[in-house]
Design a protein around this ligand. Sequence first.
Ligand code: 13P
Length: 251
Amino acid sequence: MARTRRPLIAGNWKMNGLKADGLALAKDVAAGVKQAGWFDREVLVCPPATLVMAVAEAAKGSGLLVGGEDCHAKASGAHTGDVSAEMLRDAGASHVIVGHSERRTDHGETDATVRAKAEAAWRAGLLPIVCIGETLAEREADRTLTVLETQLKGSVPAGATAAKLVVAYEPVWAIGTGKTPTTPEVAAAHAHIRKVLGGLMGDAAAVRLLYGGSVKGGNAAELLAAGDVDGALIGGASLKADEFLAIAKAA
Ligand code: 13P
């Protein structure tokens, strides 16, 4: 079967990066992407909001894509400290991560909040990367697939299509811990996600599903080869240009 889903390798810098080191990192990644000249995969970095504009400038002409880490559901207004999808787009972003487990935990974001943010991304012309994932307690209680299903049904807006949606499966217990699910566990989660999305959207065969959680240069090839995995969402390892590019190369 011809592969119709172009892998997406996405870096989530989280709350890391001052101007000097963030720009140096962006320039190194952009140079690597430009040199590689990949047409068969996409590479994205999502820096903190303060750096989106500068990183987008640095990425210009390289093929490296730039996204936000979160957005507010509204386009503008009295929401001190928040950043709208429109602002990210204006700063040069093409993508935005929504519903990361750190947002769900630190800011009490619910599936409904995440869904509204994904809709905001569409409104602004951004591609949302909707994050879902189970906690360790949920996995140990054998509830992983049920939890993923509930999160998908609550977080993915009506009207989603493969061109308008990316889903990232990030087990909460695998984020920043050095632990990962086994390849069959990743494949089982992704197959279930695609099945649930199929029920929601009609046809989910072309939706890209990313795996995230302790992806490194050393384990990327194996995780990316798991069934139904169409890329990765990378935290810690995206802060080192060489390692991030090695993961992109493995895709
Ligand atoms: P780590 O790659 O540091 O485990 O983080 C994963 C993540 O949360 C990406 O969004």
